[in-house]
Design a protein around this ligand. Structure first.
Ligand code: UD1
Length: 370
C-alpha cells in the first residue's frame, strides 16, 4: 500500500488540491482495490471561515484528515510551527509522497519537513518566478523547487526557469494549470450563483478589486494611493471590493475606510463560486493576486495587476493581463482603455484545458509504482 499526503494551508491552495484529490478518487474508483491512500493535511495558515471553510464546501473537498491549527504569526513563527506539527504527522503516517501546491509558507514548510525525512515531494505550480526576491512567495517558490522530486509546471516559462536553475529534465513535467481545472469544472455552478443579484449588479457594469500584497497594503501611503485610485475609478463604474483580512486590518489601522464611497461595495472575502461568478461577469479586474491573473486570462476578462512583475508571464504575453507597476496613473489609463473598448483580447494558454490534475496523477502513480 502506498500513501500520499496533500497539503493545503492558505486560500489559494484549496482550488489547486481539490482537482488533484478528485483525479485520485476517480482513478481509485476506476481501479478497484488499487493499493493507494490519499490523505489531506490542512496546516491552518488560513483559518477564518471565509478564508478556508467556505472553500471546502464550494470545492467539495473532504474534511482534512489532519488539521495543524498553526494560525498567523511572523514568517519564521508560522513556517516553524507548521514544520514542527507536520513532522509529527509524517512520522506517524509514513507517507511515500507529499504533494505541495503554490508558493505560500505552508508550501515551503511542508516540503522541507518531508525531504528531511527522506519522503518524496511533488510541487504543483513549480517554476514560476517573479524575479523579485522581496516577495515572500518568490523565496518559497525557489526553495520548494530546489528540494522537490517532481515539478509540475503550469506554463512554458516555468520549464525555462527550472532548467536555468539546473533542475534535471527528468524532474520537470509541463502539465498545465490545476487551478484552471477547478475553474472549468465549476463553471456550471458559477452560472447559478446569485451574487450579482445580491449586490444589485448587472453584467459588465462593474469592476472587481482585490488587494493583499504586503507591498500594496502594509504602508499607509501606498494603501491611500490605491484607495484614491478606486475613488477615481468609481466615478465611471461601480466597484466590488472583497477585502482580505490583512487589507481590512490595515484600512482600519490607518483610518482609510472613510474614503470609500457608495459606488464602492466593500465586502468580506467571498467564497469560490461567488467570486468566480463576480469576475466572470465584470468589465475588469484590478488586483495584486497571482491566481486571479490566470483566472481572468482563462475567462477573457481584462486584468490590471498592481505590481511591477509577474511570476505568470503567459497571462501578459498571450492573456488579458497587464502590469501597471507602482504608478497608479498607469492603472487608471488602462481602466479608461478598457471602458473605451480599446483593450487587448487574450488567448487561453497551452494545456489550460481542465486536465492538468489527471496528467499529474497519472505521472505520480507511475513513479510511485515503478
Ligand atoms: C498568504 C500568502 C500569500 C497568498 C495569500 C492569499 C504567504 C507568505 N503568503 O498571505 O502568498 O497570496 O495568503 O490570501 O504564505 N488573517 C486572518 N484570518 C485568516 C488568515 C489571515 O485574519 O484566516 C490575517 C492575520 O492577521 C494574518 C494576516 O491576515 O496575520 C496575513 O495572513 P498570512 O497567512 O500571514 O498571509 P496572507 O497575507 O494571507
Amino acid at each position: 500500500m502506498k500513501k500520499i499526503i496533500s497539503v493545503v494551508g492558505a486560500r489559494p491552495n484549496f482550488m489547486k488540491v481539490a482537482p488533484i484529490n478528485r483525479a485520485i478518487q476517480n482513478f481509485l474508483r476506476d481501479h478497484s482495490d488499487f493499493p493507494l491512500i490519499h490523505k489531506i493535511c490542512h496546516t491552518g495558515q488560513h483559518y477564518d471561515s471565509d478564508m478556508s471553510d467556505v472553500f471546502f464546501k464550494d470545492l467539495e473537498l473532504p474534511e482534512p484528515d489532519f488539521y495543524l491549527g498553526v494560525g498567523s504569526g511572523s514568517h519564521a513563527v508560522q513556517t516553524a510551527r507548521i514544520m514542527i506539527e507536520f513532522e509529527k504527522i509524517l512520522i506517524s503516517e509514513k507517507p511515500d509522497l507529499v504533494i505541495v501546491v503554490g508558493d505560500v509558507n505552508s508550501t515551503i514548510a511542508c516540503s522541507l519537513t518531508a525531504v528531511k525525512l527522506g519522503i518524496k515531494v511533488a510541487h504543483v505550480e513549480a517554476g514560476l518566478r517573479s524575479f523579485d526576491r522581496t516577495m515572500p512567495e518568490e523565496i518559497n517558490r525557489i526553495l520548494t523547487d530546489a528540494i522537490s522530486d517532481y515539478l509540475f509546471v503550469s506554463e512554458e516559462s516555468g520549464v525555462k526557469n527550472l532548467k536555468r536553475e539546473g533542475i534535471p529534465d527528468e524532474k520537470i513535467f509541463f502539465v498545465g494549470n490545476v487551478m484552471i481545472d477547478s475553474l472549468i469544472s465549476y463553471l456550471p455552478k458559477v452560472e447559478r450563483s446569485e451574487i450579482l443579484g445580491f449586490f444589485s449588479l448587472k453584467p459588465s457594469q462593474y469592476g472587481v478589486v482585490t488587494l493583499h500584497r504586503p507591498s500594496n497594503v502594509d504602508s499607509k501611503e501606498r494603501l491611500k494611493q490605491i484607495i484614491d485610485l478606486l475613488v477615481d475609478i468609481s466615478e465611471y463604474k461601480r466597484i466590488v471590493f472583497p477585502i482580505h483580512p490583512r487589507t481590512a486590518q490595515n484600512l482600519e489601522k490607518y483610518d482609510l475606510l472613510k474614503f470609500l464611497n457608495h459606488n464602492i461595495i466593500a465586502t468580506k472575502p467571498l467564497g469560490y463560486i461567488d467570486f468566480i461568478a463576480l469576475i466572470k461577469n465584470s468589465a475588469f479586474v484590478l488586483t495584486d493576486s497571482g491566481g486571479i491573473q490566470e483566472e481572468t486570462t482563462y475567462l477573457g476578462i481584462p486584468c490590471i495587476t498592481l505590481r511591477n512583475s509577474t511570476e505568470r508571464p503567459v497571462t501578459v504575453e498571450i492573456g488579458t493581463n497587464v502590469l501597471s507597476g507602482e504608478d497608479i496613473t498607469v492603472a487608471f489609463k488602462y481602466i479608461m482603455e478598457i471602458l473605451n473598448g480599446n483593450f487587448k483580447n487574450g488567448k487561453i494558454p497551452e494545456l489550460w484545458d481542465g486536465k492538468a490534475s489527471e496528467r499529474i496523477v497519472k505521472i505520480l502513480i507511475e513513479k510511485l509504482f515503478e
